[in-house]
Design a protein around this ligand. Structure first.
Ligand code: 6R9
Length: 639
């Protein structure tokens, strides 16, 4: 009998027995046992995990040292300081040589157009990364330098980021949907001397002239005396040896040389090739610089606490922050969360739909999966292009077992109706995941019932750019799920709920979500702005890392994220919160301006309230029509 959703939302859901049987963590008791050890003996717990990785030399000082209390001095977090390693070596060389995974596929690349695909094995990826690492060194990139990357979802993006990691340089990846203005701002803040980009790409039907936008950004930077001098450009749209799978190549790996993508595109969909602006003093083609580069490159050995990358947060308020992660802690944390949260097994085909320009793409498309020797799908396109069945067709094509996406995508696909999903088999699916914003129980149940056909647990993973990896999340076979709840903390994570005065609340409660001690993947600083790191995350409640999210804890100890604290409206009577908090006008809205990962763009809302059409960069807004609707329906009498 199918119960109405309202009743089902109050149900508790469990993984099916065949999944539990082979799970890394098969019961709640096992989760509790591992969790207790992880918080009571972090050194032993993470120390054992670290042994699976290659360390050139062991740590010299304490395994973990930190200060979370601003009143006691500088905030700092150090895991395994003094140990030396290289994350790229651990992701590639270790998997190729020690784990003998050289011939295993690292990525199935699926292009914007159905039929465009490529595969790359671990050993092929290693060779390409070594070649590009040599190119970086030839260009003068050294340990500690930063490199900006502004690319579509192509394999060269992964190659570029891992090559940076191999030579000890920090990558700063800027989402390819951002404008020239935003790119310039990030280039300036990260002090980088090199930019890696691509000629152009299609997002659905829309041509994005990436190189042209990059040039505009470089021009703006030049006016501000930035040190950036070089630009390496992948010929993506104009690729000559594109691998297309045609009617004659049914079985993967889908390697078949075809005529150029240009011919294919102009024939089939009348897509055009833009002319690429070029300055031979500054610009180099990727394929030219790679041509003579050696396929071997000794990794640069780095301290566990050396910086790995900078990633700018969406910055819905003010100037974006350059979140910095370091090598050792981020490596073991993304590897461990990936293994347990997706219950990874060697035969899995994993697909995370996030863009690598966001943290989800860093942690769960690149670092976490590669650290586990996983096979992933890397998808360039959009969920509803060329039709609304695209996601499910990709799941069937590659027999995806673990699928990770955002609530916005789930709600979008839900709108088009079940028949587009049911047309496809999806029988390979085992675990489903969501990330980015709270998932409403209706969308959760649809995902569970229609997409996963009631046999796939859903991991609702709560985390942030700043946390590096999952911090509150179910483990699929261990933690019974409640629709809309991120359930319990991951290993090593100690949450608390505080009231406005900073008191810890016990039992059933609602308040500020904070964390009491560091886990290995927590950010270490804001790039070249440590005071901003301290003020943003540690000042409000000394002794705690403050997430900025609100949460509820229910009677069973489950955590429910209620959203960003500053997105919330206190509803009360005028006498209680004061006349100053009385709204001037309440406007009904079909939706709010949100990013593709579901973040409300408060900056844009403020402009709408003021009737100011100078919105700044709106290139990341998911549905621009919402902004017009809000402008057109605002009340003219408000001040
Ligand atoms: C990974 C990522 C972080 C903010 C975070 C919270 C929201 C993310 C969520 C979630 C409820 C989840 N968020 N996952 N809210 N349930 N499962 O999204 O990082 O872009 O830095 O955003 O996203 O508000 O504070 P980031």
């Amino acid at each position: 009998m199918v119960l109405p959703d309202e009743e089902r939302a109050a149900e508790v859901f469990r993984a099916p027995p065949d999944l539990v049987r082979e799970a890394h963590v098969p019961s709640l008791e096992k989760y509790r046992e591992l969790y207790s050890r992880s918080v009571e003996e972090p050194q032993e717990f993470w120390g054992d995990i670290a042994k699976e990785f290659y360390w050139r030399s062991q740590h010299t000082g304490p395994f973990l040292q930190y200060n979370f209390d601003v009143t006691k001095g500088k905030i700092f977090i150090e895991w395994m300081k003094g140990a030396t390693t290289n994350i790229c070596y651990n992701l590639l060389d270790r998997n190729v040589y020690e784990n003998k995974l050289g011939d295993k596929i690292a990525f199935y690349w699926e292009g914007n157009e159905p039929g465009e695909s490529m595969t790359i094995t671990y050993s092929e990826l290693l060779s390409k990364v070594c070649q590009f690492a040599n190119v970086l060194q030839e260009q003068g990139v050294k340990k500690g330098d930063s490199v900006s990357i502004y690319m579509p979802m192509i394999i060269e993006l992964v190659v570029a980021m891992l090559a940076c990691a191999r030579v000890g340089a920090l990558h700063s990846i800027v989402f390819a949907g951002f404008s020239a203005e935003s790119l310039c701002e990030r280039i300036l803040d990260s002090h980088c001397s090199l930019l890696i980009t691509a000629d152009a790409f299609y997002r659905g039907d829309k041509l994005i002239n990436l190189k042209q936008i990059a040039d505009e950004a470089l021009q703006k930077c030049k006016d501000k005396d930035a040190p950036l001098r070089r630009c390496i450009v992948v010929k993506h749209l104009g690729r000559e040896e594109l691998v297309l799978d045609g009617p004659s190549s049914k079985s993967p790996p889908l390697k078949r040389l075809c005529q150029s993508v240009q011919e294919k595109k102009t024939e089939s969909s009348k897509k055009v090739h833009p002319k690429i602006p070029w300055d031979s003093e500054v610009d180099f083609w990727w394929h030219d610089v790679m041509k003579n580069a050696s396929k071997e490159c000794e990794p640069v050995w780095c301290d566990a606490e050396d910086e790995l990358f900078i990633l700018y947060t969406s910055g819905s308020t003010g100037k974006p922050k350059g979140v910095v992660h370091t090598i050792g802690g981020y490596m073991i944390f993304t590897a461990t969360t990936f293994k347990y949260v997706f219950d990874h097994h060697p035969e899995d085909i994993y697909w995370c739909t996030a863009d690598i320009g966001w943290i989800t793409g860093h942690s769960y498309l690149t670092y976490g999966p590669l650290a586990n020797g996983a096979t992933s799908v890397l998808f360039e396109g959009l969920p509803i292009y060329p039709d609304v069945g695209r996601m499910w067709s990709i799941i069937d094509k590659y027999k995806v077992t673990k699928f990770y996406t955002a609530p916005t995508a789930i709600r979008l696909l839900m709108k088009y109706g079940d028949e587009h999903v049911r047309k496809y088999s999806r029988k390979s699916l085992k675990v489903l995941g969501t990330v980015g914003e709270p998932i409403n129980p209706e969308a959760w149940l649809w995902y569970y019932r229609v997409v996963g056909e009631e046999r796939c647990p859903i991991v609702d993973t709560f985390w942030q750019t700043e946390t590096g990896g999952h911090v509150l999340t179910p483990l699929p076979s261990a933690i019974p799920m409640k629709p809309g709840s991120a359930t319990f903390p991951f290993f090593g994570v100690v949450p608390a709920v505080l009231d406005e005065s900073g008191e810890e609340l016990e039992g059933e409660a609602e308040g500020y979500l904070v964390f009491k001690q560091p886990w290995p993947g927590i950010m270490r600083t804001v790039y070249k702005n440590h005071p901003r790191f301290e003020t943003t995350y540690f000042k409000k409640f000394p002794g705690y890392y403050v997430t900025g999210d609100g949460c509820k804890r229910d009677k069973d100890g489950y955590y429910w994220i209620t959203g960003r604290i500053d997105d919330m409206l206190n509803v009360s009577v005028r006498e209680k919160i004061g006349p100053i908090a009385t709204p001037d006008y309440i406007q009904n809205a079909p939706g709010l301006p949100k990013t593709r990962s579901g973040k409300i763009m408060r900056r844009v809302l403020r402009k709408i309230a003021k009737n100011d059409r100078e919105l700044g960069d709106t290139s990341t807004v998911a549905d621009a029509a919402v902004i017009n609707h809000l402008f057109n329906n605002r009340c003219e009498t408000i001040l």
